[in-house]
Design a protein around this ligand. Structure first.
Ligand SMILES: C=C(O[C@@H]1C=C(C(=O)O)C=C[C@H]1O)C(=O)O
Ligand SMILES: [Mg+2]
Length: 468
């Protein structure tokens, strides 16, 4: 069993209580310790008993950043659409500005960290589906395990108020030991059977694709991404641990994320980075244009080559490149990107892919770049505002956090956001899966429908369903 000893946290709590008396507000204490490695999934599962519904999981594609949060020390949330990125940023800066930190202080993705995201479109009318999620929602975990470049770190976050006393440390210590004690307990997880699978309004969706295509000729719209939903009903509640295990094994090229909020869980395996910031280095990704994987190597290569030369997909991709390049140039110096797209292959689908890198301008924050990028034409369309308005009008689906930025940020301006696609909202015995596609002038409803069916597969198989 991993034991974390009585450390600087005790003194940190004393300091924070004093500080909270002076400032009349609660103060965050954050302690980081380097520890021997714990399997991140075991750690996630260890939180099941006492923190079910209050956990998060994040793994980047290379696996050199895995962050798991258990419990909620504080929630940052807002349903106000105007200035939503600034609002979170300001609150976060305020908390970090007064925080008492101890232990290791320089490793990205350790110490004070927020995990969460933003709704795709805060102006879309919210349905019951996403009622548990605020439009801007981030958690500061109580306990956090970070695997960074092969090393393992444990963060403990505590909020202290003027009414707390030294006993708070003992409470935290015992609570943390109980959690760590549960890490070694072996747990078995299984899939419940699927009792019903509903494609929501598939025919209407195809019609909306056709009418969008027709509408392009007499409007300024060039591209609109439309999405649909597949709803699964299970015999009993889905266990997130099982789904995560599957995604980690099968979707190695993707960001794996899970965000538990008030008992629901938004989970996915997205191949699409929105933005990563490491000190001043900024990375973004243009990903749009899709084709199936082949069943043999030859067929797969042929499909890949077809995609690289397909005009409809190249146009669909180029809209994304143009917009991301512009957004990056507004916020960064030395923006570079290859002239031609490459292929990104995931288990069930291949995409056109153009990576973009730059150096952030002095004073430009990660959330400012998120704000500038979201939604890229890979998830919204061109022109941006018109496309988002169109989606609001024609799409049946309440996207919630689907296709929106999800990720983390630490107290030193490092962090990463993925675009939350290939995702599902799990609500006990039910799950909603989401998939969309870029509709351009040359789109055909039937092939876009098939493209979205392929995009359901990562989550469908991870939920124990059969491929369609
Ligand atoms: C919208 C989705 O994917 C996006 C749309 C793509 C396309 O239409 O070719 C490709 C990658 C993603 O940017 C989704 O998976 O739901
Ligand atoms: Mg497409």
């Amino acid at each position: 069993m991993v034991t974390i000893h009585d450390t600087e946290l005790r003194q940190g709590i004393v300091t924070a209580i004093e500080k909270s008396k002076h400032l009349s507000q609660s103060i965050m204490v954050s302690e980081v310790q380097k520890i021997e490695g714990i399997d991140p999934l075991y750690f996630f599962a260890a939180g099941r008993n006492r923190f079910l519904g209050e956990r998060f999981f994040w793994k980047n594609p290379s696996g050199d950043q895995v962050i798991v949060g258990i419990g909620v020390a504080k929630q940052l949330q807002s349903d106000q659409a105007m200035g939503r990125f600034d609002r979170i940023e300001d609150e976060w800066k305020q908390l970090v500005g007064h925080a008492v930190t101890c232990g290791e202080k320089t490793i990205p993705g350790t110490g004070p960290t927020i995990f969460g995201g933003f709704a795709f479109d805060p102006l879309k009318k919210k349905t019951d589906l996403w009622s548990k999620f605020s439009d801007s929602l981030f958690h500061i975990p109580k306990y956090m395990l970070s695997f960074i470049d092969g090393e393992c770190y444990f963060t403990t976050n505590v909020f202290c108020t003027q009414h707390d006393d030294r006993e708070l440390f003992d409470k935290v210590y015992q609570d943390r030991q109980a959690l760590l004690g549960a890490v070694s307990e072996k747990q078995e997880f299984a899939y419940p059977s699927i009792v019903k699978m509903e494609e929501i309004k598939a025919d209407e969706w195809k019609k909306s694709v056709s009418s969008l295509v027709e509408s392009f000729s007499d409007s300024q719209l060039r591209k609109v991404v439309v999405a649909r939903e597949l709803r699964l009903h299970f015999e009993s509640a889905v266990q997130i641990e099982k789904v995560l295990t599957h995604l980690i094994e099968e979707q190695k090229e993707s960001f794996i994320f899970a965000f538990e909020v008030n008992g629901d869980c938004f989970i996915g395996a997205s191949p699409e980075r929105l933005v990563k910031k490491e000190d001043t280095r900024v990375f973004s990704t243009c990903l749009a244009g899709s084709i199936a994987r082949g069943s043999t190597l030859e067929e797969d290569q042929l499909l890949g080559q077809t995609l690289l030369e397909d005009q409809k997909n190249l146009v669909e991709h180029q809209y994304v490149v143009d917009m991301i390049k512009e957004a990056m140039e507004e916020t960064c110096e030395d923006v570079t990107l290859p002239a031609e797209p490459q292929l990104m292959k995931t288990k069930y689908i291949q995409h056109l892919y153009t990576p973009v890198i730059g150096q952030s301008r002095e004073g430009t924050s990660l959330l400012e770049i998120v704000n500038r990028l979201h939604p890229t034409p890979a998830l919204g369309g061109v022109p941006k505002e018109l496309a988002v308005t169109k989606i609001r009008e024609v799409e049946e689906l309440d996207r919630g956090f689907y296709a929106a930025p999800i990720g983390w940020q630490d107290s030193r301006e490092n962090g990463e956001f993925a675009v939350a696609i290939r995702s599902a909202l799990i609500q006990g015995e039910e799950a909603s899966l989401f998939a969309g596609c870029g509709v351009v002038a040359d789109s055909e409803a039937e092939s876009e429908y098939i493209e979205t069916s392929i995009k359901f597969r990562p989550m469908l198989t991870a939920l124990g369903g059969k491929q369609k």
